[in-house]
Write a protein that binds this ligand. Structure first.
Ligand code: NA7
Length: 546
């Protein structure tokens, strides 16, 4: 037993409760998993760090926070009644609507009774003699469970870079995903924001509207596409709801977990420049991810990709009046779509405001945070408030923070020292009866998350049902199956341009993190088929024991 476990037992030795399953996280994944396991008649406990449900949508309440998948598709499909009842107010929902929806799910299905809020799992250890998971929390809970299921999200472990002098800053600073519930009044304030990923790009236009002065510290520019968000059209909503099951089916078999209106048929290089730009213009006007579907080879051929990249660079040049600023904002050293593409509302236009200054911290890096602001190698910027839109220790970070230890006392962190190794992104050798919802090696962050969450939860639930029906006690991935899956995940990624970017997909944003491409790029539809095939073959690649 680890020190943390010893301490927890000592803190409250009477609290040892046995469950069939413990689930970590009460976002959409944890809530739906709870719902499905209850249907099977299992006793379930969900531990959630936050004080409310919603996961990503509980934490990310910074100004401008908004989903980049269409609202009608970024929702749970398991209840057709709920699907029909619920209404979204905008094409791309703001955080408040998504948090409201998460609360609706919890209330409608009476889920809160089995969720313990304000509680983080600090240790989860597989106990070989009993074949059970022993789980401890920062609140002194000590419980055991036959199944241990992680639903902690891929982007929940915040990353605040270890800037020299950060503790000396005399103003307020916030990480975007820990934004105060009551908001922050920026009126009349000088604000600095570090980071221009999806989060920064959403927050910057809103911060600029409120602040007196906004300094944007940009290390790497990102490609961003307009969302063209608008209020939900009632006719569109009604039509969509009439054919909801068909739309959901199309999403489940699609590459990205969202319905594709028209699949591309030709290479970007097989048409004239004029025709290509006509296609890109139409996609740009359509908004959001549509552009990715313009041609067949945008993710596999660098020349094809560069036509799309140049189209977006030209849009930036046409929007931003100061051409020096425009060139700094135009990404040039990695292919478009190989970092998570950003979706914005008036991002580039924001740089035409008098109160916004772009600071290039690639050429002149941040040297330190001082009591009054930020010092780069080129100058100092005094600010009252600092915002860190600096992202997350993605995918593996949330899992490592739980202190998971498998067979033979091997921790997950040790096992994955050189990068995550999973079978199907759900399971990993040496950790029996543990399931990871949207784990590394599954489509997860490369897809519409709600589609992938439901697919994993359904698969895990069906697996547990199968074990019950066959009187089996344990399931564990086999080493050869895991090795083959890891190879396959890498082989498929190697067929694309993804590895050409220093992205969080590859762990590049966290100093010292192994450079391994984590999500599965083979597509949601193909991946689902593989998972179903494994189950149909009595869990091929898994060892099952009674
Ligand atoms: P991202 O996409 O990881 O963006 C983080 C940003 O912070 C990015 O621009 C980074 O620059 C920047 N950053 C990180 N560390 C530093 C330091 N030390 N100095 C300067 N700049 C830094 O996180 P987001 O929250 O925007 O988005 C995460 C996902 O959430 C997103 O992809 C969607 O799926 C939803 P860098 O690029 O590393 O040079």
């Amino acid at each position: 037993m680890s020190q943390a476990q010893d301490d927890a037992v000592e803190a409250d030795s009477t609290s040892h409760v046995e469950y069939d399953a413990v689930v970590v996280g009460a976002g959409f994944a944890g809530m739906y998993q709870l719902y499905r396991l209850r249907e099977l008649g299992l006793t379930v406990k969900v531990f959630e760090t936050g004080d409310g449900v919603g996961g990503t949508w509980y934490w990310n309440r910074y100004p401008g926070a908004r989903v980049d998948s269409p609202s009608m598709q970024y929702s749970l499909s398991f209840s057709s009644e709920m699907e029909q009842e619920w209404g979204w107010s905008e094409d791309y929902s703001p955080q408040s609507d998504l948090e409201g929806y998460a609360n609706h799910v919890a209330d409608r299905f009476n889920l809160r009774d089995d969720i313990q809020f304000g509680t983080s799992v600090t240790a989860a250890t597989y106990d070989e003699p009993s074949g059970r998971w022993i789980i401890h929390t920062d609140r002194g809970d000590w419980v055991s469970a036959k199944y241990f299921i992680t639903a902690a999200g891929c982007l929940s472990a915040t990353n605040v870079p270890n800037f020299k002098g950060i503790d000396t800053f005399e103003g307020q600073w916030y990480h975007t995903s820990r934004w105060p519930r009551e908001g922050v009044d920026l009126t009349g304030k000088r604000v600095g924001i570090v980071g221009t990923g999806s989060t920064g790009i959403q927050a910057i236009p809103k911060l600029a509207e409120q602040a007196d002065q906004l300094f944007v510290f940009q290390r790497t520019p990102n490609y961003s596409l307009p969302s063209n968000n608008k209020p939900m059209d009632p006719d569109f909503e009604r039509d969509w709801k009439e054919r909801y099951s068909e739309h959901r089916h199309n999403a489940r078999v699609s590459p990205g977990g969202a319905e594709v209106i028209a699949y591309p048929e030709v290479s970007a290089l097989s048409v004239s420049e004029e025709e290509r730009n006509r296609v890109y213009e139409a996609a740009w006007n359509q908004g959001a991810f549509t552009m990715l579907q313009s041609f067949t080879d945008l993710m596999t051929n660098i020349d094809a990709n560069d036509t799309a990249a140049e189209f977006v660079r030209n849009k930036i040049r046409a929007t931003v009046k100061n051409q020096e600023v425009a060139e700094l904002l135009a990404p040039k050293d990695y292919p478009i779509f190989t970092k998570r593409i950003c979706v914005d509302t008036h991002y580039y236009e924001t740089y035409n405001r008098d109160n916004v200054t772009l600071v290039d911290v690639k050429t002149n890096p941040i040297e330190e945070i001082t009591p009054t602001g930020v010092t780069t190698s080129a100058g100092s910027y005094d600010v009252d408030v600092l915002v860190f839109a600096t992202g997350f220790d993605a995918m593996t970070g949330p899992l490592f923070r739980m202190g998971i230890v498998g067979k033979g006392g091997l921790s997950l962190k040790e096992k994955w020292e050189a990068g995550p190794r999973t079978y199907l992104g759900i399971s990993t050798v040496g950790f029996p009866n543990m399931f990871m919802i949207t784990g590394p090696g599954s489509p997860s962050v490369l897809s519409n998350m709600t589609t992938s969450i439901e697919q994993h939860v359904d698969w895990i639930t069906d697996t547990i049902k199968y074990l019950k029906e066959h009187d089996l006690q344990q399931i564990e991935a086999k080493a050869d199956a895991e090795d083959a899956w890891v190879d396959h995940v890498n082989d498929v990624a190697d067929m694309t341009l993804y590895k050409r970017a220093n992205s969080w997909y590859i762990g590049a944003n966290i100093p010292g993190k192994p450079r391994v491409f984590m999500p599965y790029v083979g597509g949601v539809g193909a991946y689902r088929e593989k998972c179903d095939e494994v189950a149909a073959k009595d869990y091929e690649g898994f060892a099952l024991s009674s």
